[in-house]
Design a protein around this ligand. Structure first.
Ligand code: SF4
Length: 357
Protein backbone atom coordinates (compact mmCIF):
# COMPACT_ATOMS: atom_id res chain seq x y z
CA UNK A 1 0.00 0.00 0.00
CA UNK A 2 1.06 3.58 -0.65
CA UNK A 3 0.28 6.41 1.76
CA UNK A 4 -1.64 9.33 0.36
CA UNK A 5 0.03 11.72 2.85
CA UNK A 6 3.39 11.09 1.18
CA UNK A 7 2.31 12.84 -2.05
CA UNK A 8 2.45 16.45 -3.08
CA UNK A 9 -0.36 17.59 -5.38
CA UNK A 10 1.83 17.39 -8.47
CA UNK A 11 3.09 13.90 -7.58
CA UNK A 12 -0.44 12.68 -6.92
CA UNK A 13 -1.67 14.05 -10.25
CA UNK A 14 1.00 12.05 -12.00
CA UNK A 15 0.37 8.93 -9.93
CA UNK A 16 -3.40 8.84 -10.47
CA UNK A 17 -3.03 9.60 -14.17
CA UNK A 18 -1.15 6.29 -14.27
CA UNK A 19 -4.25 4.72 -12.69
CA UNK A 20 -6.48 6.12 -15.43
CA UNK A 21 -7.91 9.10 -13.47
CA UNK A 22 -7.97 12.71 -14.63
CA UNK A 23 -5.29 14.90 -12.92
CA UNK A 24 -7.91 17.28 -11.41
CA UNK A 25 -9.15 14.40 -9.26
CA UNK A 26 -5.97 14.83 -7.19
CA UNK A 27 -7.27 18.22 -5.96
CA UNK A 28 -10.54 16.59 -4.93
CA UNK A 29 -8.78 13.76 -3.10
CA UNK A 30 -6.42 16.06 -1.19
CA UNK A 31 -9.26 18.36 -0.27
CA UNK A 32 -10.99 15.41 1.40
CA UNK A 33 -7.78 14.36 3.14
CA UNK A 34 -6.57 17.74 4.41
CA UNK A 35 -9.69 19.91 4.62
CA UNK A 36 -12.29 17.37 5.72
CA UNK A 37 -9.84 14.95 7.38
CA UNK A 38 -11.49 12.02 5.63
CA UNK A 39 -9.83 8.62 5.87
CA UNK A 40 -12.16 6.56 3.70
CA UNK A 41 -12.29 6.77 -0.10
CA UNK A 42 -15.95 5.65 0.00
CA UNK A 43 -16.86 8.97 1.64
CA UNK A 44 -15.32 10.98 -1.23
CA UNK A 45 -18.67 11.40 -2.91
CA UNK A 46 -17.50 13.66 -5.74
CA UNK A 47 -15.36 10.81 -7.13
CA UNK A 48 -16.93 8.13 -9.35
CA UNK A 49 -17.61 4.85 -7.55
CA UNK A 50 -15.11 2.95 -9.70
CA UNK A 51 -12.38 5.52 -8.92
CA UNK A 52 -13.06 5.18 -5.19
CA UNK A 53 -12.73 1.41 -5.43
CA UNK A 54 -9.51 1.62 -7.44
CA UNK A 55 -7.99 4.19 -5.10
CA UNK A 56 -8.74 2.09 -2.00
CA UNK A 57 -6.80 -0.78 -3.55
CA UNK A 58 -3.70 1.38 -4.02
CA UNK A 59 -3.63 3.92 -1.18
CA UNK A 60 -4.17 3.99 2.54
CA UNK A 61 -4.14 6.92 4.93
CA UNK A 62 -2.18 6.29 8.12
CA UNK A 63 1.39 4.96 8.16
CA UNK A 64 1.32 5.37 11.96
CA UNK A 65 -0.85 3.70 14.59
CA UNK A 66 -1.75 5.69 17.71
CA UNK A 67 -0.51 3.65 20.64
CA UNK A 68 -0.72 5.86 23.70
CA UNK A 69 -1.62 9.33 24.87
CA UNK A 70 -0.46 11.11 28.04
CA UNK A 71 -2.32 14.21 29.22
CA UNK A 72 -0.92 17.11 31.20
CA UNK A 73 -2.73 20.41 31.86
CA UNK A 74 -0.75 22.26 29.19
CA UNK A 75 0.28 19.50 26.78
CA UNK A 76 -0.67 16.10 25.42
CA UNK A 77 1.94 13.62 24.31
CA UNK A 78 0.99 11.13 21.58
CA UNK A 79 2.96 7.96 21.04
CA UNK A 80 2.70 6.34 17.61
CA UNK A 81 3.91 3.00 16.29
CA UNK A 82 5.38 2.81 12.78
CA UNK A 83 4.62 -0.10 10.46
CA UNK A 84 8.09 -1.53 11.15
CA UNK A 85 7.48 -1.42 14.89
CA UNK A 86 9.27 1.75 16.06
CA UNK A 87 7.87 4.37 18.42
CA UNK A 88 7.44 8.00 17.41
CA UNK A 89 6.34 10.78 19.73
CA UNK A 90 4.44 13.97 19.03
CA UNK A 91 3.46 16.64 21.55
CA UNK A 92 0.49 18.99 21.32
CA UNK A 93 1.26 22.11 23.34
CA UNK A 94 -1.58 24.30 24.56
CA UNK A 95 -0.44 27.92 24.52
CA UNK A 96 -2.63 30.73 25.86
CA UNK A 97 -4.33 31.46 22.54
CA UNK A 98 -3.19 28.73 20.14
CA UNK A 99 -2.02 25.16 19.76
CA UNK A 100 1.46 24.12 18.67
CA UNK A 101 2.36 20.65 17.47
CA UNK A 102 5.88 19.40 18.12
CA UNK A 103 6.62 16.71 15.52
CA UNK A 104 9.42 14.15 15.22
CA UNK A 105 11.53 13.84 12.08
CA UNK A 106 13.62 10.74 12.85
CA UNK A 107 13.52 7.61 14.98
CA UNK A 108 16.38 8.18 17.39
CA UNK A 109 19.04 10.77 16.58
CA UNK A 110 22.71 10.73 15.61
CA UNK A 111 23.59 14.11 17.09
CA UNK A 112 24.16 12.58 20.52
CA UNK A 113 23.38 15.53 22.84
CA UNK A 114 24.34 14.36 26.31
CA UNK A 115 21.26 15.93 27.94
CA UNK A 116 18.76 14.22 25.63
CA UNK A 117 17.04 10.87 26.10
CA UNK A 118 16.47 10.40 22.34
CA UNK A 119 20.22 10.34 21.80
CA UNK A 120 20.56 7.15 23.87
CA UNK A 121 19.45 4.93 20.97
CA UNK A 122 21.50 6.60 18.25
CA UNK A 123 19.82 7.03 14.87
CA UNK A 124 17.51 4.21 13.80
CA UNK A 125 16.06 5.73 10.64
CA UNK A 126 14.57 8.81 9.03
CA UNK A 127 10.81 9.27 9.09
CA UNK A 128 9.15 9.49 5.69
CA UNK A 129 7.21 12.60 4.68
CA UNK A 130 4.00 10.57 5.05
CA UNK A 131 4.93 9.64 8.64
CA UNK A 132 5.68 13.26 9.50
CA UNK A 133 2.43 14.58 8.00
CA UNK A 134 0.46 11.74 9.61
CA UNK A 135 1.51 12.93 13.09
CA UNK A 136 -0.28 16.20 12.33
CA UNK A 137 -3.32 14.61 10.74
CA UNK A 138 -3.95 12.11 13.50
CA UNK A 139 -3.57 14.68 16.27
CA UNK A 140 -5.81 17.14 14.39
CA UNK A 141 -8.44 14.41 13.97
CA UNK A 142 -8.83 14.16 17.75
CA UNK A 143 -8.44 17.88 18.47
CA UNK A 144 -11.38 20.26 18.10
CA UNK A 145 -9.40 23.47 17.77
CA UNK A 146 -7.37 23.94 14.61
CA UNK A 147 -3.62 23.43 15.00
CA UNK A 148 -1.82 26.35 13.34
CA UNK A 149 1.78 25.97 14.51
CA UNK A 150 4.26 23.20 13.93
CA UNK A 151 7.77 22.87 15.34
CA UNK A 152 10.23 20.21 14.22
CA UNK A 153 11.47 19.81 17.76
CA UNK A 154 10.55 16.22 18.61
CA UNK A 155 12.81 13.25 18.12
CA UNK A 156 15.57 13.69 15.57
CA UNK A 157 17.58 16.33 13.73
CA UNK A 158 15.29 17.67 10.98
CA UNK A 159 18.07 18.94 8.73
CA UNK A 160 19.63 15.45 8.72
CA UNK A 161 16.39 14.30 7.05
CA UNK A 162 16.26 17.29 4.73
CA UNK A 163 14.27 15.94 1.77
CA UNK A 164 11.48 14.36 3.82
CA UNK A 165 11.22 17.35 6.16
CA UNK A 166 11.10 19.65 3.12
CA UNK A 167 8.34 17.63 1.50
CA UNK A 168 6.32 17.36 4.73
CA UNK A 169 6.66 21.12 5.22
CA UNK A 170 5.48 21.71 1.65
CA UNK A 171 2.39 19.62 2.36
CA UNK A 172 1.85 21.57 5.59
CA UNK A 173 2.00 25.04 4.05
CA UNK A 174 0.38 24.48 0.64
CA UNK A 175 -3.19 25.67 0.05
CA UNK A 176 -4.05 22.16 -1.25
CA UNK A 177 -2.52 20.68 1.91
CA UNK A 178 -2.79 21.74 5.54
CA UNK A 179 -2.56 25.39 4.53
CA UNK A 180 -0.48 26.61 7.47
CA UNK A 181 1.41 29.86 7.29
CA UNK A 182 5.13 29.45 6.47
CA UNK A 183 5.89 31.63 9.47
CA UNK A 184 4.23 29.08 11.70
CA UNK A 185 6.37 26.10 10.72
CA UNK A 186 9.67 26.06 12.61
CA UNK A 187 12.73 23.99 11.79
CA UNK A 188 14.64 23.49 15.02
CA UNK A 189 18.16 22.27 14.37
CA UNK A 190 21.28 21.47 16.36
CA UNK A 191 23.18 23.45 13.71
CA UNK A 192 24.50 21.21 10.93
CA UNK A 193 26.43 23.82 8.99
CA UNK A 194 26.33 22.20 5.53
CA UNK A 195 22.55 21.70 5.79
CA UNK A 196 22.01 25.27 7.00
CA UNK A 197 23.90 26.45 3.91
CA UNK A 198 21.61 24.26 1.80
CA UNK A 199 18.58 25.72 3.56
CA UNK A 200 19.89 29.26 2.93
CA UNK A 201 20.06 28.49 -0.81
CA UNK A 202 16.60 26.89 -0.87
CA UNK A 203 13.92 29.54 -1.58
CA UNK A 204 11.20 27.37 -0.02
CA UNK A 205 13.00 26.21 3.13
CA UNK A 206 14.49 29.58 4.04
CA UNK A 207 11.00 31.06 4.36
CA UNK A 208 10.19 28.71 7.24
CA UNK A 209 11.05 29.74 10.78
CA UNK A 210 14.50 28.79 11.97
CA UNK A 211 15.56 27.89 15.51
CA UNK A 212 19.08 26.74 16.34
CA UNK A 213 20.21 25.01 19.56
CA UNK A 214 23.18 26.95 20.77
CA UNK A 215 23.37 25.75 24.40
CA UNK A 216 26.76 27.28 25.09
CA UNK A 217 28.78 30.24 23.80
CA UNK A 218 31.97 28.19 24.30
CA UNK A 219 33.27 25.72 21.73
CA UNK A 220 34.70 23.32 24.36
CA UNK A 221 31.47 23.08 26.39
CA UNK A 222 29.31 22.92 23.29
CA UNK A 223 31.37 19.96 22.06
CA UNK A 224 30.85 18.27 25.40
CA UNK A 225 27.08 18.78 25.36
CA UNK A 226 26.57 18.24 21.64
CA UNK A 227 29.29 15.96 20.20
CA UNK A 228 28.24 16.81 16.63
CA UNK A 229 29.61 20.32 17.10
CA UNK A 230 33.21 19.06 16.95
CA UNK A 231 32.80 19.26 13.19
CA UNK A 232 30.14 21.99 13.11
CA UNK A 233 31.99 24.58 15.13
CA UNK A 234 30.48 27.63 16.77
CA UNK A 235 32.54 29.89 14.53
CA UNK A 236 31.23 28.23 11.33
CA UNK A 237 27.70 28.12 12.72
CA UNK A 238 27.58 31.80 13.64
CA UNK A 239 29.03 32.74 10.27
CA UNK A 240 26.33 30.89 8.36
CA UNK A 241 23.59 32.26 10.64
CA UNK A 242 24.77 35.85 10.39
CA UNK A 243 24.65 35.53 6.59
CA UNK A 244 21.38 33.59 6.49
CA UNK A 245 18.87 35.35 4.17
CA UNK A 246 15.79 35.93 6.32
CA UNK A 247 12.36 37.14 5.19
CA UNK A 248 11.54 40.67 6.36
CA UNK A 249 10.82 41.15 10.09
CA UNK A 250 11.96 37.61 10.84
CA UNK A 251 14.60 36.60 13.38
CA UNK A 252 16.52 33.41 14.05
CA UNK A 253 15.81 31.91 17.46
CA UNK A 254 18.82 30.72 19.41
CA UNK A 255 17.62 27.97 21.77
CA UNK A 256 19.61 27.66 24.98
CA UNK A 257 18.84 24.81 27.38
CA UNK A 258 19.90 26.10 30.79
CA UNK A 259 21.52 23.36 32.89
CA UNK A 260 22.44 23.97 36.52
CA UNK A 261 26.16 24.62 37.07
CA UNK A 262 26.93 23.58 33.49
CA UNK A 263 26.07 26.54 31.23
CA UNK A 264 23.98 28.88 33.42
CA UNK A 265 26.48 31.46 34.72
CA UNK A 266 26.20 35.18 33.98
CA UNK A 267 29.68 34.95 32.49
CA UNK A 268 28.22 32.64 29.83
CA UNK A 269 25.35 35.06 29.25
CA UNK A 270 27.90 37.79 28.58
CA UNK A 271 29.84 35.51 26.21
CA UNK A 272 26.61 34.71 24.37
CA UNK A 273 25.86 38.41 23.89
CA UNK A 274 29.40 38.86 22.58
CA UNK A 275 28.92 35.98 20.14
CA UNK A 276 25.81 37.66 18.74
CA UNK A 277 27.76 40.92 18.55
CA UNK A 278 26.22 43.61 16.33
CA UNK A 279 23.61 41.17 14.90
CA UNK A 280 21.14 41.73 17.77
CA UNK A 281 18.25 42.47 15.40
CA UNK A 282 18.79 39.17 13.61
CA UNK A 283 18.51 36.91 16.67
CA UNK A 284 16.40 36.32 19.73
CA UNK A 285 17.29 33.94 22.52
CA UNK A 286 14.94 31.38 24.07
CA UNK A 287 16.14 30.14 27.44
CA UNK A 288 14.73 26.69 28.20
CA UNK A 289 15.29 25.56 31.80
CA UNK A 290 16.30 21.89 31.68
CA UNK A 291 13.72 19.22 32.50
CA UNK A 292 15.50 16.70 34.70
CA UNK A 293 15.47 13.09 33.53
CA UNK A 294 16.12 10.28 36.04
CA UNK A 295 18.59 8.68 33.61
CA UNK A 296 20.69 11.78 33.03
CA UNK A 297 23.00 13.59 35.45
CA UNK A 298 21.71 17.14 34.85
CA UNK A 299 19.51 19.48 36.90
CA UNK A 300 17.40 22.58 36.34
CA UNK A 301 18.89 25.85 37.65
CA UNK A 302 16.99 27.73 40.39
CA UNK A 303 14.67 30.48 39.11
CA UNK A 304 16.85 33.37 40.28
CA UNK A 305 19.81 32.03 38.28
CA UNK A 306 17.60 31.70 35.19
CA UNK A 307 16.41 35.29 35.60
CA UNK A 308 19.95 36.61 36.15
CA UNK A 309 21.04 34.95 32.92
CA UNK A 310 18.12 36.56 31.11
CA UNK A 311 18.76 39.98 32.64
CA UNK A 312 22.42 39.87 31.60
CA UNK A 313 21.37 39.37 27.97
CA UNK A 314 18.63 42.03 28.06
CA UNK A 315 21.13 44.50 29.54
CA UNK A 316 23.29 43.91 26.45
CA UNK A 317 20.38 44.51 24.08
CA UNK A 318 19.59 40.86 23.23
CA UNK A 319 15.86 39.96 23.18
CA UNK A 320 15.66 36.99 25.53
CA UNK A 321 12.68 34.95 26.68
CA UNK A 322 12.35 32.14 29.19
CA UNK A 323 10.34 29.17 27.92
CA UNK A 324 9.46 26.51 30.42
CA UNK A 325 8.77 23.36 28.40
CA UNK A 326 5.14 22.40 28.65
CA UNK A 327 3.99 19.25 30.39
CA UNK A 328 7.22 19.07 32.35
CA UNK A 329 5.38 17.54 35.31
CA UNK A 330 4.29 14.52 33.28
CA UNK A 331 7.13 14.16 30.81
CA UNK A 332 10.37 15.89 30.12
CA UNK A 333 12.33 17.15 27.16
CA UNK A 334 12.43 15.66 23.69
CA UNK A 335 12.53 11.90 23.41
CA UNK A 336 11.82 11.17 27.04
CA UNK A 337 8.36 9.64 26.76
CA UNK A 338 9.53 7.19 24.15
CA UNK A 339 12.61 6.24 26.14
CA UNK A 340 10.54 5.71 29.26
CA UNK A 341 8.10 3.56 27.36
CA UNK A 342 10.92 1.46 25.92
CA UNK A 343 12.43 1.10 29.40
CA UNK A 344 9.07 0.17 30.87
CA UNK A 345 8.61 -2.44 28.18
CA UNK A 346 12.00 -4.04 28.73
CA UNK A 347 11.29 -4.08 32.46
CA UNK A 348 7.92 -5.73 31.81
CA UNK A 349 9.57 -8.30 29.54
CA UNK A 350 11.59 -9.43 32.49
CA UNK A 351 8.82 -9.30 35.09
CA UNK A 352 5.41 -9.67 33.37
CA UNK A 353 6.00 -10.81 29.77
CA UNK A 354 2.26 -11.05 29.10
CA UNK A 355 1.89 -7.28 29.65
CA UNK A 356 4.82 -6.19 27.52
CA UNK A 357 2.95 -6.02 24.23
S1 SF4 B 1 18.41 17.22 21.57
FE1 SF4 B 1 17.58 16.98 19.49
S2 SF4 B 1 19.45 17.00 18.21
FE2 SF4 B 1 20.15 16.56 20.29
S3 SF4 B 1 20.20 14.30 20.41
FE3 SF4 B 1 18.18 15.01 21.16
S4 SF4 B 1 16.84 14.86 19.38
FE4 SF4 B 1 18.97 14.86 18.61
Amino acid sequence: MEFITGYTLEELKERITGLGLEPYRANQILSWVYKKLTTDFNLMTDLPKKAREDLSKVFSFHPLRLEDRVEAPDATKFLFRTQDGHLVETVLIKERDHLTLCVSSQIGCAVGCTFCATAMDGLIRNLTAAEIVDQFLQVQQVTEERIRNVVFMGMGEPLANYDNVRKASQIMVSPWGLDLSKRRVTISTSGIVSQLKRMARDPFMRELNLAVSINSPRQDLREELMPLTKTNTLKELMEVLKNFPLPRYRRITLEYILIKDVNDSVKEARQLAKLIGPYKKKFKVNLIPYNPDPNLPYERPPLERILSFQRELWDRGVSTFVRFSKGADVFGACGQLRSRRVMLKSHLHETHPEMAR
